[in-house]
Each structure stands twice: as C-alpha cells, then as structure tokens.
Design a protein around this ligand. Structure first.
Ligand code: BES
Ligand code: MN
Ligand code: ZN
Length: 500
C-alpha cells in the first residue's frame, strides 16, 4: 500500500516562516548558498548541523535533522543541489525523487525552492514535482499487508507544498507534466502486471479505456487480422488459447488532414519462447515483454491528457508466445501482410514477427510522417549497452538526432547502432524470402535489419528497450521493476518538433 501524494505550489509568505508541523526541506548549494527559509526556521540549528557533519551541498546529498524545540517544524531536511550553474532539468527531477525518498512518515511536507539571491524557475519546480510523483510509484495492488521495510509504504495522503516565487509558472508547467506522469504510471502498471491477469485481450481492454480521453480506439480481432494477411503476427499467437489483438489508437489533436506521427509497440504479454523454449531461470521477466506496447499506450495517454496539438497514431501488436499443440514449429514458413515470406527458424525470435505486420499495417494505412517502434526485442542489446541506454536504429538521420536530443533532455537515453547490407545478408533464407534469425553475433542489429524490411520508405526508428524498460537499476525517480521507459522520451520528441 502506498500513500497518495498531493502536490501544490505556493508563493513564499512575506513574514512567517512557512514551516509547519511535518517535514521542511531546504536546499543548499556547493558554494555555501542556503535556502532563504533557513533564516526564518532554525538558522542556527541548520548551520550547526551542516558544519558538524561537514555537509557541503553536494548534488543529491541529504542531511536529516530533528528541528529544535522552538521551531514550528518537526524535521528539517537539507538537500544538496551541487553547482547551480551546471544543474540540468533532469537533476531537478532527481532532486524531487531524492526528497520523496526521505519523506518517512511525514504527512505534510514543505519544500522551499528559493535560494538566497537566486531565482529558481517554474519549470524547475514542476520537474521536481514530477520526480516526487515518479519516485512515489509502487506496484503494490497485490500486497494485502503493509511492507514495513518500504519507506514509501503506508496509507493516507502526503500533502506536499513546493514553496517558490515562481508558483504561478510552476502550476502551469505542472499541468502538462502531470499528464506525462500519468502516462509513465500507466506504462509501469501494464508492465508490472502479471501475465495471468494481463493477456492480449485484457491489454486491449486497457487501451479501449483511452476512449474516455477522446482517443479513437479500434481493436482488430484475429479474424480481421487474418483477412488483412497478418500471417507473421498470427503465427506467434497460434500456440496460445488467449487470442491476439491489434490495437489502433488515434489522437487527432493537430490540423485536419495533416499526416500523423506514429508509434508502434511490441506487445507480447508473455514470452515462453514457444517451441524454441526459454530456460526456466528468469523466465518470469517475460511478463514484461510488452514494454514497447505499454510505452506506446502511456504515450498516447499523455498526449491526449495534455491535449497535444499533434495527430498521433499508436499501434500495439498483442499476443502471447505460448506452447500448445497448435504452436508454430521451427522451420515453419509464414506469409506476412507485406507479402514477404518468413522462415521461422527460432520461435523465440517472435517480437520481430509481431512487429513485421504491425509496422507494415501502420505504414500502409497511415503513411505517417515517421514511425518509431519500441520493443523489448533482444537480449543482445542488453549485452551491448547495459541498462542505461536503449538501442536506437534508424533509416533517417534527422529522426535519429531528434530522438538522441530528446533522450539527453529527459535522461531516457538512446545510443545509435548501425544498420547495413552486410547485416541484411545474414537473414537470407534458403526456403523463403528471409529467416527470422541470423548468426550468433550482432543479434540486436540483425533484429533491427529484419524490421527494416517492413517499413517501406517511411522515416523510421526502432528502439530496443529490453535493457531499459525492465529490471533496470532503481534510481532517484524509479524504484519499480518496470521503468515506463519511452513515454517521457517520445512525449518530448513530439513536444519539441511536431506540435502546433
Ligand atoms: N523478449 C525477448 C528479448 C528479451 C530478453 C527481452 C531479455 C527482455 C529481456 C525476445 O523475444 C527474445 O527471446 N529474443 C531472443 C532472440 C534470439 C532467439 C535470436 C534473444 O534475445 O535471445
Ligand atoms: Mn522471444
Ligand atoms: Zn520476446
């Protein structure tokens, strides 16, 4: 059970300290700058505590003190912000997360954002609020008992006030940020949800709920997909009794008849590997093999909630890769919607088979400005890049550069990987137009090369998020197994280049 967080912004009071029972948070910089509030609250105690503990205001450092008896506060938390000249937008979010991690049992928190002689803007305050909310996320709906070891656990509401002269601007900036936080939260929930609860049909039902926000949602059934010739996607689904769906979301917030931007997600609600079965160890992680679809759904949620001025399409291919007597076998040959045939040499390389039809359908039906697909596609990308960068593959330099820039701004970072004819050659097949696996090396590139055969001439980028969406190390703004990676990145891409 986690606590509900309520955030508000207020201007600093003229005379009174603004500290009240609960937790008061003050900022300190590396060069000795301290929050204005200190003078009003308990300047002696704060300065003494900093001296005794040699607290230097290093970025993310914290000092937690019990407030002196004559102070209106119970606890005072001093938080280092480092060097104000080099601090980034993302650092403000991390600071928010760091502070949230120290809430303890406080029911009221006041964070003073004014530093002596320095203005901190509304955008920074809103980023801090985002960090607080993302840090507070817990996936605990199946916990019937409170977890005493979890600092964020408990019941009731925490009232957080961010005290800043820029309160009006902060409130304005926070409106859009709250929408994005909602999108990240939705994506995390979808990924964390176990596969017995969330199969293809249940995922499709969650997508359908976006209708409430004004999103047009179509759910294609297996019958409809068969009619469209999606033999590649359906081949993956045929070993599971749970059916397959293709969910199509459209948010038309832009000009009429303006081409949409498009996002496509791999939504394998569980990946056993099929007949090319995975080993038991760690297989539970494959409940998150729909991380790409979750990010696309979370993104469309965010765009619709903040009423983004853009036409956007989201498409997610939803299947379970399971094994029964109907499951496809290594060596089977399927025909994709594009007409190209695929020899399935490994049924565990299923994500690309799902995306092949989803990408083709997207390019064919919508002729979008660009397509970005997201997928927990390969273990090889984790070997190559680890958990802090998603692999970026693209046929378009401008799109790739814009994604890299959005990644740097949001700290959902991407690293560009190569494509090329040498890799494409590796998926030539003796018996069909291509096979679904290549050699032992460069597995993430081979997978991307396979996808490229289904994008026509559309400007396209593929993000392999196997390392970043699931099981990435906890940090200031995420303590959950599922990070929701991709929502903030793509919201920023849209905001920076494709709105208005
Ligand atoms: N879903 C997996 C990739 C994956 C691995 C995601 C670990 C998240 C964490 C994908 O379907 C898969 O099984 N890929 C194979 C491809 C191989 C058979 C060519 C892999 O990476 O081993
Ligand atoms: Mn697989
Ligand atoms: Zn998979």
């Amino acid at each position: 059970m986690s606590r509900k967080i309520e955030i508000s912004f207020s201007r600093p009071p003229k005379a009174a300290p603004g500290a009240s029972a609960g937790l008061t948070v003050l900022l300190a910089t590396e060069d000795g700058g301290l929050a204005d509030g200190a003078a009003l609250i308990a300047a002696d105690a704060v300065e003494r505590a900093m001296r005794v503990t040699e607290f230097k205001g290093k970025s993310m450092a914290t000092l937690d003190i019990v407030a002196p008896a004559d102070s209106p506060a119970d606890r005072i938390l001093i938080v280092g912000v480092g060097d104000l000249r080099t601090i980034t937008e993302n650092d403000w979010a991390r600071l928010g997360g760091q502070i949230c991690g120290k809430f303890g049992k406080a029911a009221k928190v006041a964070i003073h954002l004014s530093l002596r002689g320095t203005e901190i803007g509304g955008a920074e305050a809103a980023q801090m609020a985002m960090g607080i909310l993302l840090r507070a996320y817990r996936f605990d709906r199946y916990k019937t008992q409170c977890d005493d070891n979890d600092n964020g656990a408990g019941t009731g509401t925490v009232k957080v006030t961010i005290v800043t002269p820029a309160a009006t601007a902060a409130k304005k900036a926070f409106e859009d940020i709250e929408a994005v936080v909602g999108g990240v939260t939705l994506a995390r929930d979808l990924v964390n949800e176990p596969a017995n609860v969330l199969g293809p049909l249940e995922f499709a039902a969650k997508v359908k709920e976006l209708s409430k926000l004004g999103v047009k949602v179509e759910i294609l059934t297996e019958k409809e997909m068969r009619k469209l010739g999606m033999g590649s996607l359906l081949g993956v689904a045929q070993g599971s009794p749970r059916g397959a769906r293709l969910a199509v979301m459209r948010w038309d917030g832009g000009k009429a008849r303006e081409k949409p931007v498009a996002f496509v997600g791999k939504g394998v609600t569980f990946d056993t590997g099929g007949n090319s079965m995975k080993t038991a160890s760690g297989m539970e992680d494959m409940k998150g093999d729909m991380g790409g679809a979750a990010a696309v759904t979370g993104l469309i949620y965010a765009l619709a909630t903040r009423k983004a001025k853009v036409n956007a399409v989201g498409i997610v291919g939803l299947v379970e890769n399971a094994v029964d007597g109907h499951a496809q076998r290594p060596g089977d040959i399927v025909t994709s919607m594009s007409g190209q045939t695929i020899e399935v040499l490994n049924t565990d390389a299923e994500g690309r088979l799902v995306l092949a039809d989803a990408l083709w359908y997207c390019a064919d039906r919508f002729q979008p400005k660009f397509m970005v697909n997201l997928a927990t596609l390969t273990g090889a990308i984790i070997v190559a890049l680890g958990p802090h960068y998603a692999g970026l593959f693209s046929n378009n330099d401008e799109l790739a550069e814009r994604l890299a820039a959005a990644g740097a701004e949001t700290a959902e970072r991407v690293w560009r990987m190569p494509l090329g004819p040498e890799f494409d050659k590796l998926i030539e097949s003796k018996n069909a137009d291509m096979k679904n696996i290549g050699g032992r090396h460069g597995g993430a590139i081979i997978a991307a090369q396979f996808l490229q055969r289904f994008v026509k001439d559309t400007p396209w980028a593929h993000l392999d998020i196997a390392g970043t969406a699931l099981g990435a190390p906890a940090n200031e703004i995420n303590q959950s197994w599922a990070s929701g990676f991709g929502v903030r990145l793509l919201d920023r891409l849209v905001r920076d280049h494709y709105e208005g």
